[in-house]
Design a protein around this ligand. Structure first.
Ligand code: ARG
Length: 466
């Protein structure tokens, strides 16, 4: 038997319709412009579904073989750029299904038994997002490796540490690199946590209530690499929190990369001159010949905006939707694709910049001594040696800083006599704690900045990364 094909209506559901869609209906409805990206996942899902249908006896083995063959050929057509995507067929699912029927006839029309586009798209999209998660998690790990390598090299390279972007305490470039290793490691953990929750298969939820056919959902879930089937069909077709979590993990990671990007912008500014990037990782100006602009860092910082936007966008799309599926959910994909694509770029650019950065050791060491950065060390000395309560030591140190500032010198530039005008019990040994090198070496508390701590942490990281 063959179904009449009323040429002006949709072949997939034309039965009820007397006329085809108006141009605007088709234009606003079609998602093929962006969801064609999921063609591999769609074919993979259909293969698993067809195999299951045959296995439980819903379709014949011959039909299943024809479907398998047809889908493989369609995959080759798409890969070779020979597949003609049609907007009239709305989305990737109907394009592939229609082509299958065109190629293999009757058997193609049986593929959609016990399935709806609602569980189909939820499955395809999970598969796509899972692949993106795996790729991004691997890139995050690569960034961690880059930070650890630079930390090892620069465990003893002193640089200014800031709070409020004002000189605070001397730290080391290595310690600074390891701060980002920690952030990117958590970003990877967040991505993998989200992956674990995503990894349930909605296929077989059908339109929303499941199906009367004796399908094997555990079988299809397993065939598609899921831990098992989702447990509620309404949730299976109607929920997108896996995508929200993915977007949140992307936005948080991008935010971390953006902070480093901002620091690279600051460090490469000639007024700081802490770090140089290779010519190949900077750009020039068409009018100002002297320029070396850190555009890659600026774009990492800039692209963070859209990633935050993609998260907020999806949260907003879903917030008002009564269960289960509504076409609003078709708006879930572009943000996810966009965040995946842009975070891929940002992670790659960051890894390249981190591996390339050439710190100006002398410049950073000099800057580390500016701004009375060892004032805390002086206050700590007063507590340790003169047994002053910390609050009093803070006050005495403040007066010494004011005195030095008034004289236009730094703290070690004050003579012992000048210091004694403020606190008569100070002795010579105070000068031992006033250099940036002494300051960083002293900070050996767990997680502290001391070069020996940084080296120990690098060793720990290498163990974790091995
Ligand atoms: N292109 C659709 C989407 O992305 C597929 C699901 C369509 N389902 C429906 N009931 N119209 O959401």
């Amino acid at each position: 038997m063959s179904i009449p094909n009323d040429s002006n209506t949709n072949q997939q559901w034309g039965g009820r319709f007397a006329e085809g869609p108006w141009a605007i209906m088709q234009a606003i409805n079609a998602s093929i412009g962006f969801d064609a990206k999921m063609w591999r996942q769609d074919i993979r899902g259909s293969l698993a579904h067809a195999a299951m249908l045959a296995h439980v006896g819903i379709i014949s083995a011959d039909d299943e073989a024809a479907i398998r063959q047809g889908l493989a050929e369609i995959g080759q057509e798409i890969e070779a750029g020979r597949f003609e995507w049609s907007e009239a067929l709305e989305d990737v699912h109907m394009n592939i299904e229609a082509r299958l029927t065109e190629r293999i006839g009757e058997a193609g029309k049986r593929l959609h038994t016990a399935r709806s586009r609602n569980d189909q798209v939820a499955t395809d999209f999970r598969l796509w997002t899972r692949d993106a998660m795996d790729g991004l998690a691997a890139q995050m790990l690569d960034c961690v490796r880059a930070f650890v390598a630079r930390a090892e090299e620069h465990a003893g390279t002193i640089m200014p540490g800031y709070t409020h972007l004002q000189p605070a305490q001397p730290t080391t470039f290595g310690h600074h690199m390891l701060a980002y290793a920690e952030m990117l490691w958590r970003d990877r953990g967040r991505m993998l946590d989200a992956r674990a929750r995503l990894n349930e298969c909605p296929l077989g939820s059908a339109a929303m209530c499941g199906t009367g056919f004796p399908i094997d959902r555990h079988g299809t879930a397993k065939a598609l690499g899921f831990d098992g089937p989702t447990r509620n069909s309404l949730d299976g077709v109607g929920s997108r929190d896996f995508a929200m979590e993915f977007l949140a993990a992307c936005a948080i990671c991008a935010t971390h990369l953006s902070r480093l990007a901002e620091e690279i912008v600051i460090w490469t500014n000639p007024a700081f001159g802490f770090v140089k990037l290779s010519d190949g990782l900077t750009t020039g100006s068409s009018i100002m010949p002297q320029k070396r602009n850190p555009d890659a860092a600026e774009l990492v910082r800039g692209k963070t905006g859209r990633m935050t936007g993609n998260l907020v966008g999806l949260l907003t799309v879903v917030k008002g939707l009564a269960l289960t599926y509504a076409k609003d959910l078709q708006e879930d994909k572009e943000g996810v694709f966009d965040s995946a694509e842009n975070l891929t770029l940002c992670l790659a650019a960051t890894a390249a910049m981190v591996r390339d950065m050439q710190p100006n050791v002398a410049r950073m060491a000099a800057a580390a001594g500016e701004g009375f950065s060892t004032a805390t060390d002086l206050a700590d000395w007063l507590v340790r040696e003169l047994k002053l309560p910390f609050r009093d030591a803070h006050h005495v140190t403040g007066r010494l800083v004011a005195k030095a500032e008034g004289m236009g010198v730094d703290l070690p530039g004050l003579s012992l006599a000048e210091m004694r005008e403020v606190e008569p019990r100070i002795d010579d040994s105070v000068f031992g704690v006033l250099t940036p090198a002494a300051s960083v070496a002293s900070r050996r508390s767990h997680g502290g900045t001391a070069p020996e701590n940084v080296r120990a942490m690098v060793a720990e990281w290498k163990g974790r990364l091995a």
